[in-house]
Structures are given as structure tokens and as C-alpha cells.
Ligand binder design. Structure first.
Ligand code: SPV
Ligand code: MG
Length: 431
């Protein structure tokens, strides 16, 4: 009997899936794959149930004779293993990022004479509603908050991109690329104090107050589902920080990163060019501990950011602080540097990993941007934050457009650089 293969990358079975199985049975024995979590989240939304539960859902569908695990987005390996005569899929992958999966599959099937069967994708009111409900579920605080911890278990490094508005949040939420035979998207969002302040035309000195920062979080949360890491600056006074922790946790933010500075905070990338004061280990530990005492769920993380390398205090000071902060309850350590190479950050990570194999490490490669995610992960880094690149790319583009219009006394010369309004509209959801 011929084998017909289909792959499930969903956490909810609806009539569209059942229709595919019904059609598939006409061709032979139906083998269903379940795409593993780490690959599913490279282009799809985050699953709301565990992989085991997703697999059990598929096993319960009538008409499927065998369920296997598909470990890669691309079908190459599974095709080699199963050599199915047919692969069946909905025709919804003719457009969008999944197109790349389809093209590669067709090529592979052609190599051995397999056939792709495509059935019209069921996208009626019910299916649309299910889709919306699941997306909305992911945005709820109890689902979003825990997702950073889930990601830390799931991926080699959590790729985090800066967002400072609903629109930049949407970009981080929706951008999917095809590269090197795979698909990829960002895992999480960073609400940078620098970019949040810059968007408001203000300096990054804790001038934008928490109410306003929370407003930014809210704008982003309203239109996205990905987990949020909040740049909490110094955390302010301990008596204030505990309120911040409570609010962030209630909103569904996954983590706050606070830096061990005190007094008038300036952006770290100024380094020692400006006066900046590092907090004492004792004070900062007390702040971390107070935050940990106040939080109510297991999901929320307080990450301690060490400024010793920024302030030229040396490796030993950074490592000593890391030990103390973890001892005080920090759920992660962020090590920052403004050097042009990643050497000192990697040195820190290597030393830190010798003394602590578990506590998540966070790195922000702004000045040492040539380092790759794989290199960081190889040195034990768990979260990489691209802290300001969206802001820095948007500003010169907007400035150039403003200059062109001023010079030419009309907008025509700028048109070629502009995104069609239609494309902006498709980025924004109607409901
Ligand atoms: C931010 O993005 O606001 C940060 C990272 O704190 S840095 O600007 O590098 O200090
Ligand atoms: Mg900051």
C-alpha cells in the first residue's frame, strides 16, 4: 500500500486538518508527522500545549495509521526515512514564508518520483475564530509571562529584538525569513530604555517615568504575543522597584533586567566618558532580593546586569558581583561591554560557566556586532538582545526622506524609498 505523509504543526485540530486526512486516505496509508516545538516556533506561533499533548491530539485522529516526530522544518530527512509516495498539505503554503518549505519539498519529491497533493485550505469562519482565540490566548499574561522560561528550555539561544511601539512590536512579531535552508523569526522583545526614551525625544537617564514606560509595554502587548524583557534601568529605589516588579508581573512581562548603577544613570555605551556610579554589591543584592520576595509567580525573572566591564572595574569585580547577585536570587546575569570585540564578554562567560552551569546569561552585542548567535551560545550565552538596531535604522531613513522633501519641495523624489501604504496596512491586523 502506498504511503501518504502529512505534517502537523499546530496545537489545535480543526475541520481543515480532518479534511486533509479524509482526502489522504484515498491515496494510501496515512503517516502523520508532528513538527517538534523548536522548529515549529521558527515560523509559526508558539504552541499553547506541550509537544506530548500535540502528539496525542494527532494520534487520536481517525484514519492515521502511524504518528512520527518531524525534527526539521524542511522535509528532507523525513522523506529519506519514509520515502512516501505522496505528501499531502493544504494549499495555504503557496504564499508567505512556508513557500520555501514547499519549494524544497517539491524538489526532493521530484528526485525520487514522489507526488505532492494539495487540497484547498479550509479557512471558514470557525477556523478563523479558532485562530484568533489561540492568538489571543498567547497574549494573555499567564501564557505570555512564562514563555521566556519555556524558550530557555527549548532553543539554544533566545533571539530578542528591540521594540518601542506597536508598529515595531508588530515587526518583531511577524518578521519571518528564509535563510540557509531554514526559516527563522525572533523569539522575544526587548523594551529598551534607550529606544523608548529616544522615541519620545528624551535622553536615556531614567527621565521617562514608569507610567510612560508601562504605556509603551501596553501598546506593544495589545498587538503582539511574544514574550517581553523589560529594561528596568537601575530599578530605582528598592522601595519603588518592588512596585515595578508587581506591575510588570501582573501585565505579563517575562523578565526585568536591572543594572547595578546608582544615582543619575547614563547610557552604558558612554562608558567612562560620563560620570556613572556603580552600586555597592550589598545594596544591589538587597534590591534583587526585595524584588524576588514580592513576585507571585514562578514565571517572572529578575535579571541582574553587571556594569563592571563598562566602567573598567575589571573581570574579577564582574565575576564577584555575578556570584553575589545569583546568591541574592537573580534569575539571570547580563554582562555588558562596549568593546569593539566580544573577547572580554566571552572571557566573562567562560569563567562564569565554570562556576555556574545553570543561571541564564544575557549579552547585548551592540559594539561587538560581528559575534554570531552560535558563537555566543557556544560560550554559554542563553539570551541575545539586539537592543537598538530598529531605532538606528529607522532614524536615518526618516531623516533622508525629510531632507529630500525639503530640497525638492515635493514628495516624488522620496517615493522610491517608501513602503507602499498597502504593505503597511497588511502588517496591521483588522481585528
Ligand atoms: C538599552 O537598550 O536601553 C540598554 C542597552 O540598556 S545599552 O543601550 O547598550 O546600554
Ligand atoms: Mg537601557
Amino acid at each position: 500500500m502506498a504511503v501518504i505523509y502529512t505534517c502537523f504543526c499546530t496545537d489545535v485540530i480543526h475541520e481543515g486538518h480532518l479534511n486533509i486526512i479524509r482526502q489522504a486516505k484515498r491515496y494510501g496509508e496515512v503517516v502523520a508527522g508532528v513538527l517538534c516545538d523548536s522548529e515549529m516556533i521558527r515560523y509559526n506561533r508558539f504552541p499553547t500545549v506541550s509537544f506530548e499533548e500535540r502528539k496525542q491530539m494527532v494520534e487520536k485522529i481517525e484514519g492515521i495509521s502511524r504518528v512520527v516526530v518531524q525534527n526539521q522544518i524542511m522535509y528532507d530527512t523525513i522523506l529519506e526515512e519514509l520515502q512516501p509516495e505522496y505528501v499531502i498539505h493544504g494549499d495555504n503554503w503557496l504564499n508567505g514564508p512556508e513557500k520555501a518549505i514547499r519549494s524544497r519539498l517539491v524538489k526532493k519529491l521530484n528526485e525520487y518520483g514522489g507526488r505532492l497533493i494539495e487540497v484547498p485550505y479550509t479557512y471558514n469562519e470557525t477556523v478563523r475564530k479558532i485562530d484568533t482565540i489561540y492568538r489571543e490566548k498567547l497574549a494573555m499574561p499567564e501564557y505570555r509571562r512564562k514563555r521566556l522560561k519555556q524558550l530557555l528550555e527549548m532553543v539554544p539561544i533566545v533571539k530578542t529584538m528591540e521594540a518601542h511601539s506597536g508598529l515595531t512590536g508588530l515587526l518583531v512579531e511577524k518578521t519571518v525569513v528564509e535563510h540557509d535552508g531554514g526559516l527563522d523569526q525572533f523569539d522575544a522583545m526587548w523594551i529598551s530604555s534607550l529606544c523608548d526614551s529616544t522615541a519620545k525625544g528624551k535622553p536615556d537617564i531614567e527621565l521617562v517615568d514608569m507610567t510612560s514606560r508601562f504605556r509603551t509595554i501596553d501598546d506593544i502587548m495589545e498587538v503582539t504575543t511574544k514574550p517581553i524583557i523589560f529594561d528596568g534601568d537601575t530599578g530605582g529605589l528598592t522601595q519603588h522597584f518592588v512596585y515595578t516588579v508587581k506591575s510588570l508581573e501582573r501585565m505579563g512581562v517575562s523578565a526585568v533586567i536591572i543594572e547595578d548603577k546608582t544615582g543619575l544613570k547614563k547610557n552604558s555605551l558612554f562608558g567612562t566618558e560620563v560620570e556613572q556610579t556603580q552600586d555597592s554589591i550589598e545594596n544591589f543584592c538587597e534590591k534583587i532580593a526585595a524584588g524576588k520576595r514580592i513576585q507571585r509567580t514562578e514565571d517572572f525573572m529578575i535579571i541582574a546586569r553587571i556594569e563592571s566591564l563598562i566602567l573598567d572595574r575589571g573581570m574579577e569585580d564582574a565575576l564577584c558581583r555575578a556570584r553575589a547577585y545569583v546568591q541574592a536570587g537573580a534569575d539571570g546575569i547580563m554582562i555588558h561591554s562596549r568593546k569593539k570585540t566580544a573577547d572580554e564578554v566571552l572571557e566573562f562567560c567562560d569563567y562564569f560557566r565554570k562556576q555556574d552551569s545553570n543561571t541564564p546569561l544575557v549579552v547585548v552585542p551592540t559594539s561587538f556586532s560581528s559575534i554570531t548567535e552560535a558563537e555566543l551560545a557556544a560560550h554559554g550565552v542563553n539570551i541575545v538582545i539586539y537592543a537598538n538596531q530598529l531605532t538606528r535604522s529607522a532614524f536615518p531613513a526618516m531623516e533622508q526622506t525629510a531632507q529630500k522633501i525639503l530640497k525638492h519641495h515635493r514628495a516624488l523624489e522620496a517615493d522610491a524609498d517608501l513602503m507602499p501604504i498597502k504593505d503597511i496596512i497588511t502588517l496591521i491586523d483588522e481585528e
